[in-house]
Write a protein that binds this ligand. Structure first.
Ligand SMILES: [Cu+2]
Length: 444
């Protein structure tokens, strides 16, 4: 039995702003933060896609292309990048989320469209082969210098086929193994999700790692120094001593683009959103938690946390946290440090049971009267009530980002320079977690 302690707000970031229209107001309660992009989840668009989009391939066979393209940032920048795409698809960042089953034979055919050799390494997978030979480091015949961590596909039109049996259930990175510093910075990375052979709705083989399949998320964390990307685009040398990341991404997007739905039409090369959706736990509803799979494809630690609740870490680097005798070593954590190259799988639920019900909760809440609230034709409103499920009444002719009294809690990198877009705060590696009322969120 796992008990959670999620009472009360422990928001430590200086982001206690409640955004209402264009007038952020500092409030002392738990951060109830949303942004205009949340309109994407409003009633009329309730069917928009959120959560993990799995590529299942053809019986474990995937055809990927390494190619170039552009990604957009919320400040209007357009950044030349490299990435893995489905051969049949368009350029995307990050690469497709490859979903396989533990023990399954996985075949990845890489077609290289880039102007230099590239490859894929699968950290954590055993017995990887490249075109039928053991995958192994490559060296220059003359200088004997390392040229690639694994057999590459030649520049422009080469291809190579990697194969392995999927390892233990969990989450893994796949990245370039060639000129790694540059090629991984350029965007050659993706997530590999390995599901248990007997229980696909669990993170690992333990039954207490079960999650709600409708609430499964990949958070692939990365960073971009646009000067590096510009130099590569212009075929100029890169000055690595001047490296300075300016953009920080979740799934190739920066806040507020992280809130937009999957495959948003205005982000054609960044198909994956990062809005997490959970329901509160209680004895009556007892829903399964959400699963969030964190991966770090950057070069520094990303200390990520949602406000208001811990998450339960159940896996690291594709392995369940269990002791030598099978004992449960999972743990609750507020700030998840995700190291470069590391993966951390966490379960998220919401157990703020005392604060759901305003009739049984002893803490009275005085809501602002209507004359104390800003009324502008295009204003955006929340209900002001701290009680989950209280929608309240709203003036007419305004935008309401509150469908049913749900909460929005900000979640972000606590290294606050990573929560920026080229230095502008409230961007970068940031999203929100949405908590629906216990009874769900009927569209009204
Ligand atoms: Cu914070």
């Amino acid at each position: 039995m796992r008990l959670n302690r999620s009472r009360g707000a422990r928001s430590r970031a200086p982001f206690k702003a409640r955004i209402r229209g264009r007038a952020p107001v500092a409030v002392g309660v738990a951060a109830v933060v949303a942004a205009t992009a949340l309109g994407a989840t409003s009633g009329a668009q309730a069917a928009t896609s959120e959560g993990l989009l799995c590529e299942k391939g053809n019986q474990g066979t995937f055809s990927l292309a390494a190619r170039d393209g552009y990604v957009s940032t919320p400040d209007g920048n357009s950044i030349y990048s490299w990435g893995y795409s489905l051969s049949s698809g368009r350029f995307q960042l990050p690469g497709p989320v490859l979903c396989v089953t533990s023990g399954q034979t996985v075949t990845v055919v890489l077609h290289n469209e880039l102007p230099e050799a590239t490859s894929i390494v699968f950290p954590g997978q055993h017995g990887v082969t490249a075109d039928g030979n053991p995958a192994q480091p490559q060296f220059d015949a003359t200088s004997h210098e390392l040229t690639s961590m694994v057999q590459p596909a030649a520049a422009t039109s080469g291809s190579v086929t990697y194969q392995f049996k999927a390892g233990s259930p969990g989450t893994y990175l796949y990245t370039s193994g060639t000129d790694v510093t540059k090629q991984q910075e350029m965007g050659l990375f993706g997530a590999l999700v390995v599901r248990p052979a007997t229980a696909s709705g669990q993170v690992n083989d333990r039954s207490d790692s079960a999650f709600n399949p409708q609430h499964e998320y990949v958070f692939l964390l990365s960073e971009i120094d646009p000067d590096v990307h510009l130099a590569v685009e212009r075929k100029q040398p890169v000055d690595w001593s001047a490296y300075n990341a300016r953009y920080y991404m979740i799934n190739g997007r920066s806040m507020p683009d992280t809130l937009a739905p999957n495959k948003a039409s205005w982000l054609p090369n960044q198909p994956y959103g990062a809005l997490v959706h959970v329901k509160p736990w209680d004895a009556a509803t007892n829903p399964l938690p959400a699963a969030i799979r964190y991966l770090n494809a950057g070069r520094v630690n990303f200390p990520f946390h949602p406000h208001g609740s811990d998450e339960r870490v159940v896996n690291k680097d594709g392995h369940a946290l269990v002791g030598a005798k099978g004992e449960d070593l999972s743990y609750l954590k507020y700030d998840l440090d995700v190291m470069p190259g590391q993966t951390v799988d966490a379960l998220m639920d919401w157990r703020d049971v005392e604060h759901w019900n305003p009739t049984t909760n002893p803490v009275p809440t005085q809501l602002p009267v209507i004359t104390d609230q800003l009324l502008v034709g295009t204003d955006t409103w929340f209900n002001e009530s701290p009680y989950l499920g209280e929608q309240g009444t709203f003036p007419s002719n305004i935008t309401v980002n509150n469908e049913c009294g749900e909460y929005y809690h900000v979640a972000h990198s606590h290294a606050l320079q990573q929560a920026t877009n080229y230095g502008a705060t409230f961007g970068g590696m940031m999203t929100v977690f949405r908590i629906d009322p216990p009874a769900g969120c009927p569209v009204k």
